[in-house]
Write a protein that binds this ligand. Structure first.
Ligand code: ZN
Length: 234
């Protein structure tokens, strides 16, 4: 490992160690390392669908994709009390599949495996086969398409936790589209430290206290390992 990367991991781990309210935000970049295509990238499934184009064929069924070491590192943070909330733009269900508690997660763009009630916003598993919510509302795909409003509850929880955070970690998102871009702004305004892990540039790079463009599935586990040593857990 380069000395520079080692030093940034150390700084990231120390920020996590000191943080009392760490909030994570994830985008497609964390899941592309599981082999998933980027849904909203230039050639992503939803981007193409919004343009009326057919989706690029996916090599495997959606539910056969597995969480990777990046997802698992976030679960590890949950276990040791270093995850107050997780906001995700991903619809691939990999955070829940990896073991993230549903009450700690907001899925801003919905979830491929879930239906949402058009009246009360409650979600149910698609596999249940239900078409109507107990409240009488119709159950529809929870995935948010371009131009559709985001789920209100997930959105308000995301803002609430971003505002409370003292450390905001953005993972695998270009942080360009709103409301994604509003969350780190909200956190910074409240005095939070910002850490960014993303391959490409983001408009928030100059505000980042630590910045990684290396592989998420390598950086996150290393930072968590270092954190556990600081906490005396390893
Ligand atoms: Zn309902």
């Amino acid at each position: 490992m380069s000395k520079d990367l080692d030093e940034r991991i150390e700084r990231f781990a120390k920020l996590l160690y000191k943080s009392r309210y760490p909030v994570f935000f994830t985008g497609a970049g964390i899941s592309t390392e599981s082999g998933l295509p980027d849904f909203r990238g230039p050639d992503g499934v939803w981007t193409r669908r919004d343009k009326g184009l057919a989706a690029e064929p996916v090599s495997k069924p959606w539910d056969s994709f597995e969480p990777n070491s990046g997802h698992l590192a976030i679960v590890e943070l949950q276990k040791i009390g270093k995850l107050k909330f997780l906001i995700s733009q991903n619809v691939d269900n990999l955070h829940l599949k990896s073991g993230i508690r549903p009450d700690l997660l907001a899925e801003l763009h919905g979830n491929l495996t879930k239906l949402r009630c058009s009246r009360c916003e409650k979600t149910v598993d698609q596999s249940s086969g239900k078409k109507t919510c107990p409240c009488g509302g119709a159950l529809e795909s929870s995935v948010v398409n371009f131009g559709q409003p985001l789920p209100e509850r997930d959105l308000s929880l995301s803002f609430e936790h971003s505002e409370k955070s003292d450390l905001f970690v953005a993972v695998g998102s270009s942080l360009v589209v709103t409301p994604a871009a509003d969350m780190p702004r909200e956190a910074l305004r409240s005095g939070a430290k910002l850490v960014i892990l993303n391959e490409g540039e983001t408009p928030f790079d100059r505000y980042a206290h630590v910045r990684f463009s290396e592989k998420i599935g390598e950086v996150l586990p290393m930072a968590v390992k270092r954190l556990k040593i600081l906490m005396g857990l390893e």
